[in-house]
Structure formats: C-alpha cells, structure tokens
Ligand binder design. Structure first.
Ligand code: SF4
Length: 428
C-alpha cells in the first residue's frame, strides 16, 4: 500500500499517554437521540420510547423538522399515576403496543426503548419485550434497550440498540466462508460507496449491520470478521465476539488516511494483494486527497478543543491534526476504549492533551484559558461559548452528517472550516 501522503512520523503517538480522568457535571444528550438516525436506517423498525413528556419532547424536537410522513417513533408516556404505582404499566404498555401494531402492519421490528423514568420505576422492559414478542411473532419481533441518560452519552443509544439485536442475528452456517460485517449505522450513500469498494477489492460476502430492512439481518458466527464503522460500539462488539465473530483492529474510516487503513484491515484479512488494493482505492483516494488539501489552507495552524460528547472525538482529532494540520488544544472523550482506540491513539501527535469523562466547569476553564480557534461541543455549551467570542461546532451534527469514507473526507473538513470562515466574515 502506498502512503496516502507524507505522514508525520509519529513514534508511538498517544498509545501510552496519560489521560486526565474527570467526574462531575456533564453536558450531553441521552441515548434516545440515536433513534433519530436509527429509524431512518432500519426502514421497517419502530422505536417506542417508554418515558416521560421530557423524553417525548427531546425526540420530537430533535427530529421535528424531518417529520413529514407518519414517524416511526413515539413515546408511551409514563404519567404520575404510573410513577405513584397506581396503574399497571405493563397492562398499559401491552395496550399501546397492540394498538400500534394493529394500526401499522408494516412494522416488522419494534424496539421498546427504556428511559430514565422507566428505569427509576424499575419497569422490566426485557420481560415486556419477550412477552410481546411471543404474542406478535413471527410478524413482529419486539426487543428492548435502554436510551436512558443516566451515566450515558447520546451515541450509546445506537450501541445499546445494536447490542440488543446481536443475540437474534441468524447463525452463520458452520462451514460458511469468511464473511465481513461492517458494524455501525452509516448513511445509505456511504454504505453504497463502501459496498462498491469491497466489491472492487474482491472482498465478500459483505453484510452491513444494522441492515436497511429487519428481514435482512446479517448472519454471525466464528467465520465472521467485523470492522467497526463507528467508535462507540463497545457493547455491540462484545456481543458479536460472544457469538464467535472477530474484530479487525483498524482506525475508523474518517478522512483519507483513516479510510485507507480501515479498508486495508479488511483487505489484509481477506488476502487482497497490494496491487489490487492500490488499483481499487487509488481513484477515490486521490480525489479525496486533492479535495482535503483545499480545506487545509483554511484549517492548518488553527487550534481545536473537543468537549466529550459523541465518542468520535479521537478519530476526528487524528484526522484534523494529521490531514489538515490543526493543533489539538484538548481532546475530550466521554469514554476511552483503549482497545478499540489503539490504532487511533498511536496516530495522534505525542503529548496530545487527552481527557476522559467530564467535569464541565473545569473543562470550561481550560477551554477559556486555551482560547482555541474552534470548539466542538454539545448544543448546551455552544451558545454560551459563542457569546464569549469562541467559534463552535455542534458535536451532534457530526453524527447526523455522512462523514465516513473517501467521498466525504473533504465535506468532513468543511464542517470545521465553515464556522471559522463565517466567524472571519462576521469580524470583517
Ligand atoms: S431518557 Fe432521561 S435524559 Fe433522556 S429525555 Fe428522557 S428523562 Fe431526559
């Protein structure tokens, strides 16, 4: 494989770098947010949040602008009578689900999504899901997971959702040939690009998880190797490994370098020779390299500060520092999975300031002291920081936008250059 472009020599990057661990008040969305992109991905699934009016408000406002047809998510509201133990929540839930399935026969997969209120009253949604699943199978499968905001961050909703699906994935035949599974919700356009590249590389069969339809679940077994397409899928990876699958260690497919290395991991596992690899990826890689270089003029030398939010922070920091020449003031992440991040950490510049968890006041102090050119943070922090004169980028936008792969590398860089250019125009 030829190098993408002259890579700064990094002896060991941040593989063993110290990490500031913080515990304190956090400013993050909860796992219910994942419903917004998951319901678009699995097109015959329905997400029924069992929660409060606050939960309903959160997903309605996060998705509100996109609802033109009948949405595939809703909230079964737990009200005061339920909280006081005056009503039987299980009976109520069964009634709501029955009505929903009668009215929406196209639903093939129904997730009961737990929330802080359902966890506080200890409503056992796994029992409810198996009760309802046996009642409505084989037409509808009912599963459950938690989207609660207690001690979690918003991308963990996807992890919990996918982990709940792993036990029901069909087993691969005992002597099935090696198959590749790409794990993590990707925009359809990105998935199609990767499918084409894998085909050109001669790698197959390739299955994407989650699939677009509930009846297209990938098979899994000891012959399955999987690539994580998203860095926040720790529980899903554990569940897949428990089913015999093997994770291919790789950086994440962000930017030219990350995408090349990610594809290379699959190519090595499937014995693709160097010439075939180069021939298959060179056109898209070279186009992306040129497009990213244009963004570099805006971003090189600019400093960036990451608040912990999406768990995409470390791969993004690697991309922005190595391909765009940005300076990393601090890279915060809600959780640091050293094994899944090993390849990413090794590529970060040495002495990068890494922090895990959050104590928002302390971190705000460090951010103000650093005066970075751009701050990546949650919506709750963005407005106050903008008012203080800092330029911000919403972390959640990076999850909603297609950013993986060669074709999206320059768009990803532009997500950071655009707010900087806007700020410069406002100042002029
Ligand atoms: S799950 Fe918890 S954090 Fe999320 S909206 Fe509901 S109450 Fe709020």
């Amino acid at each position: 494989m030829s190098a993408v472009f002259p890579i700064q020599s990094v002896s060991k990057g941040c593989a063993d770098a110290p990490v500031l661990k913080e515990r304190g008040q956090r400013e993050v969305f909860c796992g219910l947010t994942g419903i917004i992109w998951l319901h678009r991905k699995i097109q015959d699934a329905f997400f029924l949040v069992v929660g409060s009016r606050t939960c309903a408000h959160l997903i309605q406002s996060a998705a509100g602008v996109m609802i033109f047809a009948e949405p595939r998510f809703a909230t079964a509201i737990i009200d005061e009578r339920d909280l006081a133990g005056l009503a039987d929540c299980n009976e109520e839930l069964d009634r709501v689900v029955t009505r929903l399935i009668e009215r929406r026969p196209e639903i093939k997969l129904l997730f009961l999504v737990g929330s802080c209120p359902s966890e506080v009253i200890k409503l056992d949604l796994s029992r409810a899901a198996s009760r309802l699943s046996s009642r409505f199978s084989p037409d509808v499968r009912v599963l459950n997971y938690s989207g609660s905001g207690i001690e979690t961050t918003f991308t963990q909703g996807e992890d919990a959702c996918l982990a709940s699906l792993v036990p029901v994935l069909p087993p691969a035949a005992a002597h099935a040939p090696a198959a590749l599974m790409v794990v993590g919700a990707l925009a359809d356009v990105v998935e199609d690009q990767f499918a084409r590249l894998f085909k050109q590389l001669g790698i197959g069969p390739v299955q994407f998880f989650p699939p677009r339809q509930a009846n297209e679940m990938p098979t899994v077994g000891p012959n399955t190797v999987f690539l994580l397409a998203q860095p926040f899928l720790a529980d899903t990876a554990v569940a897949l490994e428990a089913r015999g699958a093997t994770r291919l260690p790789a950086p994440f497919p962000l930017g030219v370098e990350g995408t090349t290395a990610w594809l290379q991991a699959a190519a090595s596992a499937f014995g693709v020779d160097a010439a075939t690899f180069e021939g298959a990826i060179a056109p898209a890689r070279d186009r992306a390299t040129t497009a990213v270089a244009r963004q570099r003029t805006q971003l090189a030398g600019k400093s960036i500060f990451f608040f912990p939010d999406s768990q995409l922070e470390i791969p993004l920091a690697r991309f922005l520092s190595r391909e765009l020449g940005m300076l990393l003031a601090e890279v915060g992440t809600p959780y640091l999975h050293r094994q899944h991040m090993a390849e990413e950490l090794a590529l970060l510049p040495e002495n990068t300031f890494l922090s895990e968890g959050q104590h928002v006041e302390n971190q705000l102090d460090r951010c103000r002291a650093a005066q970075p050119d751009i701050v990546v943070c949650g919506l709750g922090l963005a407005n106050p920081l903008e008012a203080e004169g800092l330029t911000t980028k919403w972390a959640i936008e990076l999850v909603f936008t297609p950013i993986q792969g060669f074709e999206q590398a320059a768009d990803l860089a532009e997500l950071f250059s655009r707010p900087l250019v806007r700020r410069l125009r406002l100042a002029a």
